[in-house]
Ligand binder design. Sequence first.
Ligand SMILES: O=C(O)CCC(=O)C(=O)O
Ligand SMILES: [Fe+2]
Length: 210
Amino acid sequence: MANPGQTTPALLLQHPGMRRVPTPRLTLLDCPRFLPPDLCADLIALIDRDRRPSTIADANGDDSFRTSETCDLDPAQPAVRDLEGRLFALNRIDPAHGEPVQGQRYAVGQEFKNHTDYFEPQGVDFHKYCGVAGQRTWTFMIYLNDVAAGGGTRFKVIKKTVQPETGKLLCWDNHREDASLNPATLHHGMKVRKGVKYVITKWYRERPWG
Ligand SMILES: O=C(O)CCC(=O)C(=O)O
Ligand SMILES: [Fe+2]
């Protein structure tokens, strides 16, 4: 592995139930029931306790771009430690390269429009967000509940939508194999139509965090 902030599909595929989405455009995998329902419920309770309106790194003038709520989860909480342990057992990414786990909550009508998780190297705030820890490498996302309608994650370039399911992991490499940033990772957290959607997101960096 080139960098302690990275993992490989070969390693991830050793986990039972892990599947690679068949596309040459990006490295994208999912794993149903990666987390047990009781751990998902504990994480949902923590998100409900700490949530606040979400923001985005490079404001683009569209106030409806990201309408969900977000929070950094307390790393000392037993549920968060349990989650971090499972992620490390899976991906072997040096925990020092991880951002704090975030929780996201979407009510009916809320969404996170098309975006990439990497930071635009030309963006005005690139240095602010990436000066210390470097660019984001991998994204790990876990759906914490079944959503009654809507709330899928759509990858427009490859025309693939992943449906939320309790405990399902979705992860991808924000770079191509040649180490360039991969615009085909563009994705949209689609509007929830019925019910509430909870996810956790865990991002890793090229260099240690903070
Ligand atoms: O909620 C989703 O489906 C996507 C979330 C997301 O893309 C993000 O938090 O960066
Ligand atoms: Fe995202």
